[in-house]
Unconditional design. Structure first.
Lengths: 133, 133
DNA sequence: GCCATAATACTACACACTTAGGACTATGCA
DNA sequence: TGCATAGTCCTAAGTGTGTAGTATTATGGC
């Protein structure tokens, strides 16, 4: 597997702007640089070319794929939000906590925003775990 | 709050080597550069001065504090592992998931290594949450 | 007090990410 | 078909992190 083009998302590091762009791709399914630029502009007054540079890098990393058959090019996310987030967080948890994630889970149960529905799913998952022991 | 010296750990980004050093400080309570160097050397063949540079940066960031009254200097962690990890992960969760942490929690319940005891604590925390509603 | 040794300070280069300006190109309309 | 415009490509500077070499300083034994 050559550099810049990876099969999946094992161990990933991302910059801030890169992280800000991915959710826009997820929400919209397919985006142009212009679309991302416009969504991002109110919060971060960045140049159009800045967005373009970063989106190209995300494509190079294998996180976005680009259809250059049409102009303007259309970008799509290759990995979904769960896959990418856990890949990035795994890196942190592995290094800082030696892979033990319980503290983190507790933190988010206590301080994270979570709907009733989401909590039910978590309870369920927890019961599954206990059974499997 | 001037640059390089922050009160706490709201929103933190860290490099890989920086993340590898912090747990060594946590485990040992107080460490010298030499100690960290020796713990790290088998896995990462890095120069002594590399470790020194990074530990100094960590002190500058406010994650370690240094006692330079004695030689060799003694470094101590200023933030604990939970505080730092959640600060780093919060950054990622906020940007990639808009702050919604349920997916992440589910991921770790399913794939994270976790003791029986830890799972009990999680179950308890979950029940607390339900009550508070 | 002086020297060997161990530790720290200073400096520097490489790479990744952020940022963006200017050059180049393609598309549609006159 | 040629020009205006929108879009992409190329290039580059600034910052943070990883990496480490060389210079300087401090400590302990003689």
């Amino acid at each position: 597997m050559g550099p810049g083009r990876r099969k999946s998302t094992a161990k990933m590091s991302m910059g801030h702007l890169e992280m800000d762009i991915m959710p826009i791709a997820w929400r919209n399914g397919a985006v142009t640089v212009k679309q991302v630029f416009e969504e991002l502009y109110p919060a971060r007054k960045l140049a159009y070319t800045t967005i373009m540079t970063v989106m190209k890098r995300l494509a190079h990393k294998g996180l976005l794929e680009v259809d250059d058959q049409t102009v303007p090019y259309v970008y799509r996310a290759v990995v979904d939000s769960q896959e990418l987030t856990t890949a990035v967080v795994d890196e942190v948890v592995d290094r800082l906590l030696g892979g033990s994630s319980a503290t983190l889970v507790l933190h988010y149960l206590k301080h994270g925003k979570m709907s009733q529905e989401e909590r039910s799913m978590i309870t369920l998952a927890l019961e599954e775990q206990v059974k499997t022991d």
